[in-house]
Ligand binder design. Structure first.
Ligand code: GNR
Ligand code: NI
Length: 168
């Protein structure tokens, strides 16, 4: 059980652009295992390496009800997005307690490497499609609150900083 620290918005490190993984080796698999421990412990449905201050293109997810379907996406690329979009109430482990509606393509096809370094493709809709897009944004240094109005974002920033001062 290895729990990593999740960066909290507005930590500037959340805006770092992640680099591709060059080899899927034991180092990467150990990081993936620690990311799963951290994600399950926090009751999240996904976690991007960016959130644990590792700036490599690695995502772990589990959108199953039973929380028994771990999914690893290394160097993910969206190869197809649907024309139709869908609104979803999103939250983020890096912005705890804040939820807002974000509109994204309703379904996507993603191509990625698994933990063995094998390429695979996945068609996703519903929460899985939302989560893949939310996590891939993290790898580009983007947090879901970046889609909100400057006023909303500024209020969220103030609230988070106040809370972090109180916790310190
Ligand atoms: O746990 C999470 N839930 C969630 C709900 C709606 C849309 C996206 C998400 S992802 C989030 C975990 C997280 O912050 N991943 O980066
Ligand atoms: Ni997030």
């Amino acid at each position: 059980m290895q729990k990593l620290t999740i960066l909290q918005y507005p930590d500037p490190r959340l805006h770092t652009v992640a680099k591709p993984v060059s080899v899927v080796d034991d180092r990467v698999r150990a990081l993936v295992a620690a990311m799963f421990d951290t994600m399950y412990e926090a009751n999240g449905v996904g976690l991007a390496a960016t959130q644990v201050d590792v700036h490599e293109r690695i995502i772990v997810m589990d959108t199953s009800e039973e929380r028994n379907r771990p999914l690893v996406l290394i160097n993910p690329e969206i190869v197809r997005r649907s024309e139709d979009s869908k609104e979803w109430e999103e939250g983020c482990l890096s912005v705890p307690g804040i939820y807002d509606t974000i509109t994204r393509p309703a379904s996507v096809r993603v191509r990625a490497l698994d933990a063995q370094g094998e390429v695979f493709e996945l068609d996703a809709d519903g929460l899985t499609a939302v989560c893949i897009q939310h996590e891939m944004d993290h790898l580009l240094g983007k947090v879901f609150v970046d889609y909100l109005s400057p006023l909303k974002r500024s209020r969220i920033k103030t609230k988070m900083l106040k809370r972090q001062r109180q916790a310190a």
